[in-house]
Design a binder for this molecule. Structure first.
Ligand SMILES: *Cc1c(COP(=O)(O)O)cnc(C)c1O
Length: 496
């Protein structure tokens, strides 16, 4: 399997090259030249296998330059039960919905599903491409990616990780998780501005030829662990198959019966993996894209206009506070009939005018697979309260957005296809907001983050993850801050 750039489909690279580079030199994202297919019989067979084996099978369909043994080792190491406290992606029945919990990894957000795997793929990809230099991985994070990348790459030989997070755009737990990160190859910096400022800044660094030359002289190749890296997308496809396999194993669906997925969406990486799964033959009905008040994707899916000229809202679901969803570019490439020139024009318009409008055919293709909904702060909080009251199940604010959207989708369409809500974070990453939603805003008055977490444990009965509990004792190891213009100098300082 070869990989093409969304902005220049004439160039093809191997999976290992796509993983090492992250982004194509002209700014495009790597996509597979075709979608491998996984038939129903094989999906049924997967339902008898553990998650690691399911991962091995899906990865092998894409990463053809990796041996079966390599992929076996990668999957075994990434998803070892000790790191995930048991099954990596359990499916829970919550009323008439299914909730796919993707937050049992070391940082308690779904980013672990891919970022526990990526370092294993990256190290082997470096060997395969004959890269003798070390990689310097730059990450912009809206909160969860940063910690998950640090955790995944901690002390991995030949790698350095530099994380930029928006100074006022992450939750206290997320901030502490990053600032207390140990490891000899770990770097963290707070950037003034919001996530888009940090992400745009990192994209600028990747496009900076002088910086690349300077880093090369220091023995580093720059790479990314953001969801633009194909090595992150492919492990995410696995859990869509896994969820379906579990529904089959439990007799909740018949083989071939479609299932809808509702996904709390930010950078469009998670839901895009669901689309890839569908293209591979997984019986997926509708992919429901759930947004918070930053509902640019909702407007786009409704009307075909992607317009960033709108206020940016800080919400209780910060990992979805995004106006420029990078992975959408991969979907556009497929929907418009793989016309790299068309994608190039849209992305140029996005850069120069902050907006683009897709043609009728592309919009029709988009609406054939995707539905969209959004929930504001009040509806997300109400969903947390209602879900707990009705089912005794505690949602984090991101999953609450998807839960509210899923309920509204069912009510307004009457579509009773089995529906999986993709759950992306432990409620304890956002204890204050979850507690306030369960017990009212007065309940958090005067409490710090840790007191909120303790009170949430008492109120919900859900055990708090050990690694979040022990954050309170850890020393702060990273204190760097900068303006977006200063990011380059920070990277130079990190590289020594
Ligand atoms: C990253 C993240 C999202 C958004 O996922 P995308 O792949 O960027 O769409 C949603 N919820 C949580 C908790 C996240 O960490």
């Amino acid at each position: 399997m070869r990989y093409l750039s969304t902005r220049d489909a004439s160039k093809a690279v191997s999976a290992a090259q796509a993983i090492v580079s992250g982004l194509s030199p002209e700014g495009g994202l790597f996509v597979p030249e075709s979608f491998p297919s996984i038939g129903l019989e094989e999906i049924q067979r997967l339902s008898t296998l553990p998650y690691q084996a399911r991962a091995e099978r899906i990865l092998s369909a894409y990463l053809s330059d990796f041996t079966a043994e390599e992929l076996h080792d990668c999957a075994a190491a990434a998803y070892e039960p000790a790191r995930f406290g048991g099954a990596p992606a359990p499916l829970k029945a919550v009323g008439d919905l299914h909730v796919l919990e993707l937050w049992h990894g070391p940082t308690h957000a779904f980013k672990d599903m891919a970022l526990q795997m990526l370092p294993h793929l990256m190290v082997r990809s470096m060997e395969k491409t004959g890269l003798s230099r070390r990689v310097f991985i730059l990450v912009a994070t809206s909160g969860d990616t940063g910690k998950a990348a640090l955790e995944g790459f901690c002390n991995v030989e030949g790698t350095q990780v530099g994380v930029f997070f928006p100074k006022d755009g992450v939750s206290p737990s997320q901030r502490l998780q990053m600032l207390t990160q140990e490891g000899s190859n770990m770097h963290v910096c707070a950037v003034e501005g919001n996530f888009d400022d940090a992400q745009t800044g990192v994209k600028r660094l990747f496009a900076d030829a002088d910086l690349a030359a300077e880093m090369e002289a220091k023995g580093y190749a720059l790479s990314s662990a953001n969801s633009i890296n194909f090595g992150r997308l492919v492990p995410q496809i696995v859990y869509y198959f896994s969820a379906y396999a579990d529904l089959l194993a439990e007799g909740r669906v018949r083989a071939g019966e479609p299932v809808n997925f509702c996904v709390p969406t930010g950078n469009f990486g998670n839901i895009l993996a669901g689309y890839y799964a569908k293209r591979m033959g997984l019986p997926v009905g509708r992919l429901i894209c759930a947004s918070n008040r930053n509902n640019i994707l909702f407007d786009f899916i409704q009307g075909g206009l992607y317009d960033t000229d709108r206020p940016f809202h800080k919400t209780s679901s910060p990992s979805m506070d995004i106006l420029v969803s990078s992975n959408l570019e991969r979907l556009l490439f497929e929907l418009c009939g793989r016309k790299d020139q068309t994608v190039r024009q849209w992305m140029a318009a996005l850069k120069s005018e902050g907006a683009y409008r897709v043609d009728e055919a592309t919009l029709a293709a988009l609406q054939a697979d995707f539905s969209a909904g959004w929930a504001d702060e009040a509806r997300a909080a109400a969903a947390i309260g209602a879900c707990f009251a009705e089912h005794g199940y505690t949602l984090d604010p991101h999953t609450a957005v998807a839960y509210a959207v899923a309920k509204a989708y069912r009510a307004s369409t009457g579509d009773d296809t089995p529906l999986v809500v993709v759950s992306t974070a432990s409620p304890y990453k956002f204890s204050r907001d979850v507690l306030a939603a369960l017990r009212g805003p007065e309940a958090v008055d005067g409490l710090d983050e840790f007191a909120c977490a303790d009170a949430l444990e008492a109120a919900s009965g859900l055990p708090m993850p050990e690694s979040l509990k022990c954050l309170r004792e850890k020393p702060l190891l990273h204190r760097r801050e900068c303006a977006p213009e200063g990011m380059r100098a920070v990277v130079e300082a990190w590289a020594g």
